[in-house]
Design a protein around this ligand. Structure first.
Ligand SMILES: Cc1cc2nc3c(=O)[nH]c(=O)nc-3n(C[C@H](O)[C@H](O)[C@H](O)COP(=O)(O)OP(=O)(O)OC[C@H]3O[C@@H](n4cnc5c(N)ncnc54)[C@H](O)[C@@H]3O)c2cc1C
Length: 520
């Protein structure tokens, strides 16, 4: 995975690509993995870094969706639970089993949520992660010492999947690259070209590092630009009707002590009728999410005050010593590209099911979906795209395709476990150059060797790439991440042969971003 090699391949290929993918999030990279593993020639162009959009800002659950269960959308829940099991089998180093507690403060809640979660388990069938069961007050408090004991009547324990979204994404990029796909970050698609019959037959993109224009031809184009899917469609038809409703969700991150144990908590009903999760994640607690309709998607969404208040107030109702605004280590927002079908209803009621739309002959747009089902969506998209482009029919392999790094021996306590089989190479780097064995910051679980690894093997190009997505420092502790920026810039500058001015500009820009992730 060298950006120079990827760029050269994109630049020099004269023959049309079988499949051109616009967007390097879960949807686009999923398509690249599927299409390349079927033996098609794939080019993926991402305007920012891989995962820069929604795909690095999720709740990090591989789940059927308890919320969809409540809506009675059983087909979506069952499909997601099947995909959950497939993903855990294919990426066991990144997807783990997490035990959840649903606290009950009213007598009916225990029975009601107990019945719902039994159904959840039944829908998973043999793909289940463990049976749910009712628990008493003592066990609920033992599992989650942070819970408010006053009025607590016990609860329900159930199991679901948890993962690191940006880490899975970069390992999927590697999986596609290993199967011959060309994937380029910092390459923005700015226009499409059409053939004599008016069908889309290629794109004009810009390499954002050099400003160079790239003209590429393709037999079919997949628009996987997530919340920006409509903007990409308008490059072909400026009058195209919108297909999605953007909705923002936020998460707040706290010290792990605010949960006090290893179990996650699902708050079944917030003041606005949603579910809220508080989940242990890399030694911290991740609490969210909200669902706020927004007018227009932006590249760097920020939490709204009302959203922060809602999360803090919900925690205050359930927590013994509720965290305060000043306890927030990081606050981040992501945008859901929801299908527009039911526009006008509350966005949390719109189904997460995806849609695939074909326009301008051979432009397929994916709208909606969720991380958990990215593989199934990609399978459907590639089968349709191949038929549209007249590519030779080939079977999908991704149900059993191991994701890069697949490693059943990875130990959960090892800070490098999430790298899977790459962990050994990072240890070797650190052993060869002792200065790389140093922590990046006392409050962060990362070492200098990870920066060098990210630059050499994972196409990290900026300080933000390293601190937001190759590591998750920005989300674990925004202040500490800002303090670590100069050291990361120095290491990255050395790897990428950049000068001091570049390093200084990188530090300034990352620190502005880190400030926007802090509430105090
Ligand atoms: C708050 C929140 C929590 C969520 N939690 C979960 C969860 O726990 N579990 C779950 O399964 N799902 C979850 N989801 C849903 C899941 O995150 C999304 O469905 C998924 O990440 C969408 O991926 P995507 O590739 O479609 O979009 P994105 O990740 O946004 O990717 C689109 C990419 O296209 C790029 N792009 C845009 N325009 C261009 C252009 N002109 N040229 C090149 N590139 C371009 C963007 O830079 C971006 O990287 C959550 C979503 C939100 C918002």
């Amino acid at each position: 995975m060298l950006r120079e090699t990827m760029l050269e391949r994109a630049r020099s290929r004269a023959a049309p690509w079988d499949v051109l993918v616009v967007g390097g999030g879960a949807s686009g990279v999923g398509v690249a993995v599927d299409a390349s593993s079927r033996g098609y020639d794939v080019l993926l162009l991402e305007r920012g870094d891989f995962g820069k959009g929604t795909s690095s800002r999720s709740t990090k659950l591989v789940h059927g969706g308890v919320r969809y269960l409540r809506q009675g959308n059983l087909a979506l829940v069952a499909e997601s639970l099947r995909e959950r099991a497939i993903l855990r089998a294919n990426a066991p180093h990144i997807v783990t089993d997490r035990t959840f507690v649903v606290p009950a403060y009213a007598a009916w809640e225990r029975a009601y949520y107990g019945a719902g979660l039994t159904l959840y388990g039944m829908l998973a069938g043999r793909a289940g992660f463990g049976a749910s069961r009712l628990i008493g007050k003592d066990e609920a408090l033992r599992r989650v010492p942070a819970l408010q004991p006053r009025g607590l009547r016990g609860g329900v324990v159930y199991h679901d999947g948890q993962f690191d979204d940006a880490r899975l994404l970069i390992h999927l990029v590697a999986t596609a690259a290993e199967r011959g796909a060309t994937l380029l970050n910092y390459a923005r698609v700015e226009a499409f070209t059409r053939d004599g019959a008016g069908a889309v037959d290629g794109a004009v993109a810009r390499d954002l590092e050099t400003g160079e224009e790239l003209a590429v031809k393709a037999k079919v184009v997949v628009n996987a630009a997530g919340p920006f899917g409509d903007a990409v469609r308008r490059l072909v038809d400026p009058g195209a009707e919108p297909t999605m409703t953007p909705s923002q969700g936020i998460h707040l991150v706290f010290d792990g002590a605010f949960l006090g144990g290893e179990d996650a908590v699902l708050v079944p009903r917030t003041a606005d009728g949603r579910v809220l999760f508080a989940i242990p994640w890399h030694g911290r607690v991740l609490a969210g999410t909200t669902d706020t309709p927004i007018a227009t998607p932006v590249e760097e969404p920020v939490p709204l005050d009302a959203e922060v208040t809602l999360v803090l107030e919900t925690l205050a109702r359930y927590w013994r010593n509720a965290p305060q605004r000043a306890d927030v280590l990081s606050a981040f927002a992501g945008i859901r590209p929801l299908l527009r079908a039911n526009a006008g209803r509350a966005t949390s009621l719109i189904s997460r099911e995806h849609a695939i739309r074909v326009e301008a002959g051979r432009l397929l747009t994916i709208t909606g979906g969720k991380w958990t089902t990215y593989r199934a969506i990609a399978e459907e998209v590639v089968t349709r795209a191949a038929a549209l482009a007249g590519l030779p029919e080939r079977r999908c392999h991704t149900r059993t395709l191991h994701v890069h790094g697949h490693d059943l021996t990875a130990r959960p306590g090892d800070p490098l476990a999430v790298y899977g089989s790459d962990a050994a190479a990072i240890h070797t780097l650190a052993a060869a150059e002792p200065s790389l064995d140093r922590p990046l910051h006392p409050a962060l679980p990362y070492r200098a060797a990870e920066v060098v690894w990210a630059a050499r093997s994972e196409m990290a190009r900026t300080v933000e790439d390293v601190l937001a997505r190759r590591t998750r420092a920005l989300y674990l502790d925004a202040r500490a991440a800002g303090e670590a920026a100069p050291e990361v810039a120095r290491l990255l500058g050395r790897e990428l042969a950049r000068d001091e001015a570049w390093c200084a500009a990188q530090v300034a820009s990352f620190r502005a971003l880190a400030r926007a992730h802090r509430l105090s």
